[in-house]
Design a protein around this ligand. Sequence first.
Ligand code: AMP
Ligand code: MG
Length: 392
Amino acid sequence: MKSVEEALDILFESLDSALETESVPLLQAAGRVLSESIASSICNPPFDRSPLDGYAYRSEDGDTLRVIDEVDAGDTRELHIDEGECVRIMTGAPIPSGADCVVRQEDTDYGESCVHIARTVSKGMNICRKGEDYRPGDLLARKGDVITPVHIGVLSSAGISTVEVFRSVRVAVISTGSELSLPGKDLEHGRIYDANGPMLVSRLAELGAEVIDYRVFEDDAKKVAEYIRSIVDRVDIILTSGGVSVGRMDIMHSVSSLLGAERLFWKVDVKPGTPLLALRFRNRPVISLSGNPFAALAGFEVFARPVISKLSGRREFRNRLIRTTFRGVFSKISDRRRLVRAYYDGSSVSLFKGCHSSGALKSAIGTNCLLDIPAGKNGLQDGESVDIIYLR
Ligand code: AMP
Ligand code: MG
């Protein structure tokens, strides 16, 4: 049985080269992954400017000055002042050449042709320097960055209107289980509605992946294998849930044989979701999660999400691990490493009330982390240091 870390390394190593790239308008780039680093070609600000409304003058001059002009933000003239002169200046306007400081208007008599300064300022005061934010050649964003609204603001300030990004990761989601029905149909005795498929589809969308198809199959290995064969060339990764344990109807093993797929590993030393199966078929990973909805959720977050993040070209693709303080009581003895649905409030982590069985999902609503309890641990005490896997 592989450890979580070994299993992840195997998955990461199995991934093919980078995705193709495409050019997108900056305004549509939020959440996409940059496929190239971007350096600025300009200074920002592009000129020395005033951060306030006042008068620009030479610091060595006296406190009574001739006002020779007025400059507002957006004024493109190149003004100049000489000895004894000043220019009335508004926030964001360029500093006239010759001036080396700006006095705020509140410290003057607001004079129009001649101004008297009540509190003079020293050289360099109240001037926002050209290039103080960034200069030509400065790196504004790095290959593998997920583009944030702040990136977009910075790139736009640098005059950039399109960016090169990796195309989205394409995924097919398959729910397997002859007991599965779809909402909209009456539920016959012995059947359940699919929880995993829609959960994975919407989580994938949240992560910026493109779900090409989502299907529900009964436990029929031939049909599942046929479907995987038909879709594999159109996707980058296939996620399935159900049918990976050791029962007679655990069809994913037969699916693997029918496809002639390479088995990367089966079973990971963690609860829930131990029987995770990872295949490689036509250079694509196929990650088969255990069918119990919480096991599918945990398996997705711990294994599939980092794999999809790496596929997507993100520089930071591993899960965020945080050491924090446990609040509450947890009495279960864990023979195996255990992942428990929990909530991290920024300073401590606590458990959710409600049913914690891996078949129960409702009590996982609002989960923002998995409490990572090592094998052999005999419960948790209030105040104990613990590790969590933070779910972004
Ligand atoms: P399996 O992994 O196929 O052995 O399924 C384990 C448990 O999870 C069984 O009780 C299944 O009925 C249930 N299950 C499997 N797939 C789903 C699904 N897509 N949505 C909700 N429950 C499921
Ligand atoms: Mg099943």
